[in-house]
Ligand binder design. Structure first.
Ligand code: 5AD
Ligand code: SF4
Length: 489
């Protein structure tokens, strides 16, 4: 593997400063002190929260779950702004916390993440939520300890967002991470997005694409493997652009396909690697290379699954979304992937009700879904985002039409999902066991390489939890649900 110089990296001195601030906070707070980290939004945010929780633990906080608990000394909301309802939820919860803070005046409330990168939201918080003590954005997670120290020391609220300091766009390395799971781990490979799809706020709040260097990614994965993790998911807003910035800066090839090969080589060289499964998300169709398809086909660790958001089945809507592929190009890509990996499970994201979407455009989406036959589809109602081009497009679609289309799309996809699941009946599949199901303690749950959820009953008098949690086991599929499979050990 080549060594890459990453010019975007946060200087080591700033990371050691961060550790000093963590020690200062540890001296300032009472012992024990309790913190709650609440996350809204995508896996990227979930993983950022693991970093926030890692730093909070280093500062001496014990992490607890319930933000309504009187016990909490600090509550931090890591927010999302991809759709309006995500923002509404946060503002609603901040309202609830006002009441709780009345009986626990010392409680520190912090809000960070994508939402707070938008000046109009910071204004709302400043005006209507004065009980929020600390507000910061997505670019400076390593500055959180310094900001918290300032908040604890000063008797006034601290607002520290990139729009007030200019975009920083740096890659932090070496921060503590408190992983939520012992079996599966997230690994960021790149931050930001350069695509500017016309509906999407992400490029504005997460900044330009910045890749982590392959050596830092490999070192993290090597550590996770030694710690006993079984599955990793590589994260990036558009993993298929991974390394383009590094290749330019270092004048040598660097790509997501090469990174995957390097990761698999490293694991293959170990006598008995713990990491057995690799997933990644998200892939932009326009950037998915033949080399990536090839590495997915060749490498046994890479799961038999690909998330490939299509957003719409109409070429005209795709053009106005600035997706830079047509319906035909997308379908040709799917054919190419399936020709090489016939059993691959495909999933997608779809937006219904983009401005100007005609009945025919919508029908094109339904017909594409029927043609591709996705294993799973995340469907969203278009939500205008302040500052994005599409928010000011003519012909915003009325609510009733959108809801009607949304339900029709769900129906069409549910039928396909069910039909695909039916083909599993009687088959034996390998699953990585997550643990007892969150909704039904009688059942355990696991996932196949295709990311299908399998629920199964464990006779705890015969098999102990330790024997199966985090293990890859075989189960026979004995029943079918729309969203999941029922297995028998
Ligand atoms: N409205 C609705 N859905 C959106 N997404 C992104 N922006 C919007 C928006 N303004 C969806 C896209 C993307 C997924 C993460 O969220 O489908 O792939
Ligand atoms: Fe948003 Fe498009 Fe970037 Fe995805 S690729 S984060 S949808 S701008």
């Amino acid at each position: 593997m080549d060594t890459f110089i990453n010019t975007n990296i946060v200087p080591e001195s700033e990371i050691s400063d961060a550790y000093e601030h963590m020690s200062s906070v540890r001296r300032m707070i009472k012992s024990p002190s309790y913190a709650v980290v609440r996350t809204l939004g995508c896996q990227m945010n979930e993983h950022d929260s693991e970093k926030l929780a890692g730093m909070l633990e280093q500062m001496g906080y014990t992490i607890i779950d319930d933000y309504k608990s009187q016990k909490a000394d600090l509550v931090i909301f890591n927010t999302c702004c991809i759709r309006e309802n995500a923002e509404g939820k946060v503002l609603g919860r901040l309202g609830e916390l006002k009441m709780i803070k009345r009986s626990n005046q010392e409680m520190i409330i912090a809000v960070c993440g994508c939402m707070t990168e938008q000046p109009h939201i910071v204004d709302i918080i400043k005006k209507k939520h004065k009980h929020v003590n600390l507000v910061f954005g997505t670019h400076d997670i390593h500055r959180f300890p310094a900001m918290l120290e300032k908040t604890l020391a000063a008797n006034k609220n601290v607002y520290d967002i990139s729009s007030t300091r200019g975009d920083m766009h740096e890659v932090p390395e070496g921060l503590p991470i408190r992983r939520e799971d012992n079996t599966k781990a997230w690994v960021t490979v790149m931050y930001g997005c350069n695509n500017f799809c016309s509906y999407c706020i992400v490029p504005y709040v997460r900044g330009r694409e910045r890749s982590r260097s392959p050596q830092d990614i490999l070192a993290e994965i090597d550590k996770l493997d030694r710690e006993g993790f079984k599955e990793i998911t590589l994260l990036g807003q558009n993993v298929n652009s991974y390394g383009k910035d590094l290749a330019r800066a270092n004048d040598k090839p660097c790509s997501f396909a090469l990174l995957l090969d390097d990761i698999c080589d490293m694991l293959d060289k170990k006598e008995s690697a713990n990491i057995k499964r690799i997933r990644f998300m998200t892939s932009h169709p326009k950037d998915l290379s033949d080399q990536l398809i090839d590495v997915m086909a060749r490498r046994s660790q890479i799961c038999n699954q690909l998330h490939l958001p299509v957003q719409s089945g109409s070429t005209e809507i795709l053009r106005r979304m600035n997706r830079r592929y047509s319906r035909e190009q997308y379908l040709a890509l799917v054919d190419k992937i399936r020709a090489r990996i016939p059993s691959i499970a495909l999933s997608t994201d779809i937006i219904v009700g983009f401005p100007g979407e005609t009945e025919q455009d919508f029908e094109d989406t339904v017909s594409l879904v029927k043609q591709v036959r996705y294993d799973s589809a995340y469907t969203f109602i278009y939500s205008p985002r302040v500052g994005t081009p599409a928010a000011s497009y003519d012909n915003q679609i009325d609510e009733e039409t959108v809801k009607n289309r949304f339900n029709r799309l769900l129906d069409a996809h549910n039928t396909i999902c069910r039909e695909i699941n039916d083909t599993y009946l009687g088959k034996t599949v390998e699953i990585l066991v997550d643990g007892p199901s969150k909704t039904d303690p009688e059942h355990y749950t696991g996932r196949t390489s295709e990311n299908k959820i399998v629920n199964f009953v464990v006779d705890e008098s015969k098999i102990s939890k330790e024997d199966i949690i985090g293990k890859i086991i075989k189960v026979e599929i004995a029943g079918i649900q729309t969203w999941s499979l029922d297995g028998k050990m």
